[in-house]
Write a protein that binds this ligand. Structure first.
Ligand code: IPM
Ligand code: MN
Length: 361
């Protein structure tokens, strides 16, 4: 099998953790006898420096010619004074989502065995292992709804969802739940917002096609509370764009470190559900405070690479390989600084890459 990917390492720790992810990717290429052409392109702050904008046309073109986008992270203090819409985060990520219609965002929050101590929640709340998947709608709602403008003493954003938009993300969530714990909790604010009454109706309707998945509904404020009180009650959470933005950060913190969590943002397939083209990125940011020191945790970038094999290349086994290798290294007690308990010995970015590579092969 031959594939082509765009490698957008970006800013901050992006290039360091990407370097480790690419070593894992090469090991998987060998293992599965495939060839992956890797095309680097600038994105974020480095693209502003080199091309004058966070998402240059040349980068979009490289992505268009690829089967998937492997993304690092963007942003840093150097570009914080630019107008918000030109800054690396908004200037690159939102246009990429829009351009490629990456409507389905999958954000797993996993606490690996033995890592419960990295979570700010008590060990008995986390239990042995925690595995919650946030499915976030990524191209609609308040982020992109029109009208959106500022005029004198007034500013407007619009919350809008069509039936088709809700249906397609609901199918993604039900299908994910079907392959996991078979429980789906749809998050809304149907006690206040008209769009969310509609959301609940459509999700319930779609649910009739998935009698094997147990569907429940929860208001977003309650969900924020329940995630802290008892996160293990959840399997898959289905959220509209902004609720998913907020709850996925909360879920990731429960997992202890943003440095652990991968994500996939998928485009629509010709059949109308989540297709194979997507952008795969760690949930954490560019962490400029620790960039260049060789201490960043590469696990999120490595797991994101695993998700790329699963979703973009249809190779779930490759994701399992990566997951197991990470799990093994962690169970042997190896820790980067962000997930270590005080006094524990730590390894750097490249050493963590070495260990995972060894566990994989
Ligand atoms: C995320 C980020 C983005 C979002 C920002 C950087 C535009 O917070 O991916 O969750 O709000 O979606
Ligand atoms: Mn966010």
């Amino acid at each position: 099998m031959k594939k082509k990917i765009a490698v957008l390492a970006g800013d901050g720790i992006g290039p360091e953790v990407m370097a480790q992810a690419l070593r894992i990717l090469e090991a998987l290429e060998k293992k599965y006898g495939m060839t992956i052409d890797k095309h680097p392109a600038d994105v974020g702050g480095i693209a502003i420096d080199n091309h004058g904008k966070a998402l240059p046309e040349s980068t979009i073109k490289t992505c268009e010619e690829s089967d998937a986008i492997l993304f690092g992270s963007v942003g840093g203090p150097k570009w914080e004074k630019l107008p918000p819409e030109q800054q690396p985060e908004r200037g690159a990520l939102l246009p990429l989502r829009k351009h490629f219609q990456l409507f389905a965002n999958l954000r797993p929050a996993i606490v690996f065995k033995g890592l419960a101590s990295a979570s700010p929640l008590k060990a008995e709340i986390i239990g042995d292992e925690l595995d919650v998947l946030v499915v976030r709608e990524l191209t609609g709602g308040l982020y992109f709804g029109q009208p959106k403008y500022r005029e004198g003493d007034k500013a407007v954003d619009t919350m809008v969802y069509t039936k088709a938009e809700i249906e397609r993300i609901a199918h993604v969530a039900f299908q994910a739940a079907r392959q996991r714990g078979k429980k789906l909790c749809s998050i809304d604010k149907a006690n206040v917002l008209t769009t969310m009454v509609f959301w609940r109706e459509i999700v319930t309707e779609v649910g009739k096609q998935y009698p094997d998945v147990q569907l429940s509904h929860m208001y977003v404020d309650n969900a924020a509370m329940q995630l802290i009180r008892n996160p293990r009650q959840f399997d898959v959470l289905l959220c509209e764009n902004m609720f998913g933005d907020i709850l996925s950060d909360e879920a990731s913190m429960i997992a202890g470190s943003l440095g652990m969590l991968p994500s996939a943002s998928l485009a629509q397939s010709p059949q109308g559900t989540a297709g194979s083209f997507g952008l795969f990125e760690p949930s954490g940011g560019s962490a400029p405070d620790i960039a260049g020191q060789g201490i960043a945790n590469p696990i999120a970038q490595i797991l994101s690479t695993g998700m790329m094999f699963q979703y973009a290349f249809g190779m779930p086994q490759a994701y399992q390989d990566v997951h197991q290798a990470v799990s093994k290294v962690l169970s042997q007690g190896h820790r980067t600084r962000d997930i270590a308990t005080p006094g524990q010995k730590t390894v750097g970015t490249a050493e963590m890459g070495d260990l995972i590579l060894k566990a994989l092969t």
